[in-house]
Structures are given as C-alpha cells and as structure tokens.
Design a protein around this ligand. Structure first.
Ligand SMILES: Cc1cc2nc3c(=O)[nH]c(=O)nc-3n(C[C@H](O)[C@H](O)[C@H](O)COP(=O)(O)O)c2cc1C
Length: 409
C-alpha cells in the first residue's frame, strides 16, 4: 500500500542532507499527498524557498512573525492541518532545542504547540551523533514520544564513516507508509486495551492493610503509550499518586477483588496488559472495628490466595483478549522464572522486571526488563525511563496484533 491523501508538514533543518528533503517532497507529491514546508534559518542556507515552493505548490513558511501568513495560517493551525510532522534533517542543534522545549522560531513553536506525532530524521557527523549530549537529547525526545528513523551507518558528506547518515527518502517514505498503515488498522479495527496498574490493598481492619511498594508508574506509562497510538484504553488502577491522561478511561479500585470485578466488567478487549502488583494474599476475615494492640500481638490472622487476574484473562474461553501480557517481578533467575510463569499462566508476553536493584523497578522512574514472548524470544531492555520502556512495549503489542491479524494484511 502507498500512502496518499495525507497532509505532511516537513521541517527542513540546517544540515548538508537538506537537499534530500526535495526528493521526499517529490515522492510524497507523486503519490497525491499534500506537503507544506517550514524552512529554518539555517535550512535556508542549504535549500531555497523557490525550489520548495515549486515542488509543493505552496508557500514556504519561514518566520513566526510573518505578517502575511499570520492571518491565514499560524503556528497553531499549521500543526492542526498536518497528519504528521517530519523533521529532516533533524540536526544536533535542532534536537537540543526540542529537548529543552524551546519555541524560538516558527519550526520549534509549531512543534511545541503540536498535537500530532513528530518524526525526527537525524543526520550529522558521527562524532556529533555519538556525543553524550546528543544521545541524552535523543533519549529525552524518545521519552517525550517523538518518533525516529535512522541515522544509518555509512560514508558521510564530510568523508568520515560511521553512524549519522540520514535515512534515504525511500526509507523515510516506506516508514511513513508503514506508520499510516498501522494507524489505519487501529482506526478501522477500533482496538481496545485494558491496563492494570499500581498495588492493591487487602484490609485486616478498617485502617490496616497488606500491600506492596508498587507506584503504578510502569502501568500508567503503558496506558499512555497505547492511547497515544490511538487505541481506546481503560486503566484500572490501585491506589497511587499518579494522574492519567484524560483520553484514558480510568477506574480506581482498592482491593484485588475490586480489580478483578472491574476487569471483568470491561471485557471484551483486544489487548490486556496486567502491570498491577496485585497482592497475592488477603486476610480471610477483616475485622469491622480497629483491632486493639493486644489482639494484634496475640492473634495471628489467616490468609487466602487472591484470584490471578492474568491467568483468568489468558484462560478465559469466552472473552480471551488477543494479547495478554503479564508482569513478573523477580529478584533472581529473571528470564527463567518469568518464562515458566508465562507457560503456567498461558499469556502471550511476560515482562520480567528486576526488582533487586535499588535504582529501578518498584517506586522508581526507571526500569530494566526482559520482554519474553510465547515462542521464547527474549528482548532485554537495559535500565531506562519507564515511559521509554512503555513505548517499546506498545510497539511490540501492535506488531504482534498486526502479524496475527491476517484479515488486515
Ligand atoms: C556545511 C555545513 C554542514 C552542516 N551539516 C550539519 C549536519 O549534517 N548535521 C548537523 O547536525 N549540523 C550540521 N551543521 C551545523 C548546523 O548547520 C548548525 O548547527 C545549525 O545551527 C543548525 O540549524 P537548525 O537548528 O535550524 O537545524 C552544518 C553546518 C555547515 C556549515
């Protein structure tokens, strides 16, 4: 399938590969897409507004304070007009500005005000690319949800060899093709997801409970990442300090039984991600009044197992989601223990997170995980922000759905 009838806003930055943007414009136009271009001040040193206007049949936008264009189309409506914004080349300098949230010219202001996905196509000298500052910016931007293609390895304009070469217009075109194809399938299929997050509490008496250290951050980030892809997402969350995005339908619960009942009420779904740290046990009896200290010291209380929500979903004949994902918090033999949980619970993917480290896992913004699927394939994600890991998980889910779904191929 070839993309057509899309509105693409291209921002051309000040790099030597700016000339390749003209080829991309030609490819897009040839396939009946509309293209508008913002040229940065440095970009103008490399390609001319005349070439761009000739290829796009549209004015080339340059200045945020352009009195002629402000009345007709401003920095807000430019981004509202677009289906996607593509920055090429995304220079080291431009990415620094984006990672700082700058709005100092038309290009950066449009991006900061944008409600659309933004694809960055980096191109620069290999030293600039591998510099810690650039890599830190790339990490931040991925964390904000920016999309990336490239850079590739190869010989550069400066004569050096390495990573930093811009992806070719053809590669970018097929990335866009794939991107819109996925969006189209999500829209057509009206995909629905359910995500559980946070801890549950099992009360012993009205003020005391058994719980765990889960902050809910990883689950909230996964819900955000799925929702950003256009998937209708319901988040069922135990007590946390977090606030979810208003596009996500959020249901707050306290106990594992409440979580279970709420999960059941929200079926059927296509995707279930069980990131909640459901308390495994609950007291058989909950005292109606606060237990006296002496009672606490003298009496022991009996526990019973809570229902396993992942297993319930995976083995549910009536409403089994197409993809069921469980989490396994482990302190040792991460992959081995997680794989046996995956088999026992019959889920499609298990995400093993290492909770033995103080700087990641429970109650941290960071995580380190192994994503294991039912064919035994393992993807290890080293320590990174939970939002970054959430984007990887969302991508894997979507790819799996698309591969399974022959009727849409
Ligand atoms: C001949 C020349 C080629 C350049 N090529 C690149 C490049 O490929 N990538 C890059 O990050 N910067 C490159 N630069 C530096 C950028 O032009 C400079 O950082 C500029 O401020 C970027 O502008 P922008 O933020 O509008 O993209 C180049 C500079 C010159 C003079």
């Amino acid at each position: 399938m070839k993309i057509k009838n899309k509105k693409i806003l291209i921002i051309i930055g000040g790099g030597i590969s700016a000339y390749k943007s003209l080829d991309l414009i030609r490819l897009l136009k040839k396939n009946k897409n509309e293209v508008k271009v913002i040229l940065t001040k440095s970009g103008k040193e490399f390609v001319t507004p005349l070439s761009i206007t000739t290829l796009t049949n549209s004015k080339t936008f340059e200045d945020v304070f352009d009195k002629n264009s402000e009345a007709e189309i401003d920095h807000i409506s430019l981004s509202r007009w677009a289906d996607l914004i593509v920055v090429l080349p995304a220079t080291a300098n431009f990415m620094t500005k984006l990672s700082l949230g700058k709005a100092e010219d038309l290009a950066t202001t449009v991006i900061l005000a944008s409600n659309k996905d933004i694809l960055l196509v980096p191109a620069m000298n290999v030293r600039m690319w591998i510099h810690k500052a650039t890599q830190r910016n790339v990490k931040t931007l991925k964390d904000y949800g920016y999309l990336f293609i490239g850079p590739e390895k190869g010989e550069m304009a400066c004569g050096e060899y390495g990573e930093g070469k811009m992806s070719s217009p053809r590669q970018i075109f097929s990335f866009l093709d794939n991107y819109f194809n996925k969006k189209n399938i999500i829209k057509k299929r009206k995909l629905r997801a359910l995500v559980t997050a946070g801890p549950t509490r099992e009360y012993i008496d009205p003020v005391r409970y058994i719980s765990n250290e889960s902050s809910g951050k990883q689950g909230y980030e996964i819900a955000e990442a799925l929702s950003r892809l256009g998937i209708e997402t319901t988040l069922i969350t135990g007590p946390t300090n977090l606030v979810s995005n208003k596009d996500i339908k959020t249901k707050k619960i306290i106990t594992a039984s409440e979580m279970f009942e709420t999960v059941k009420k929200n079926l059927p779904v296509d995707i279930a991600v069980c990131a909640a740290a459901v308390t495994d046990f609950k007291p058989i009896y909950k005292s109606k009044s606060k237990l006296k200290k002496d009672n606490l010291r003298l009496k022991s209380f009996e526990l019973q197992k809570n229902i396993d929500i992942v297993e319930f979903l995976s083995k549910n004949n009536k409403h089994r989601p197409k993809i069921v994902i469980g989490f396994a918090a482990e302190t040792e033999n991460l992959d081995k223990n997680a794989l046996s949980k995956l088999k026992q619970k019959n889920c499609d993917i298990i995400i093993a997170n290492d909770v033995s480290k103080k700087d990641s896992g429970f109650n941290s913004d960071y995580n380190r995980v192994s994503i294991i699927d039912n064919s035994g394939k393992i993807k290890v994600v080293k320590k990174n922000k939970k939002s970054f890991i959430a984007n990887i998980i969302a991508d894997i889910i979507l790819d799996k759905i698309l591969i399974n779904d022959r009727s849409f191929n």
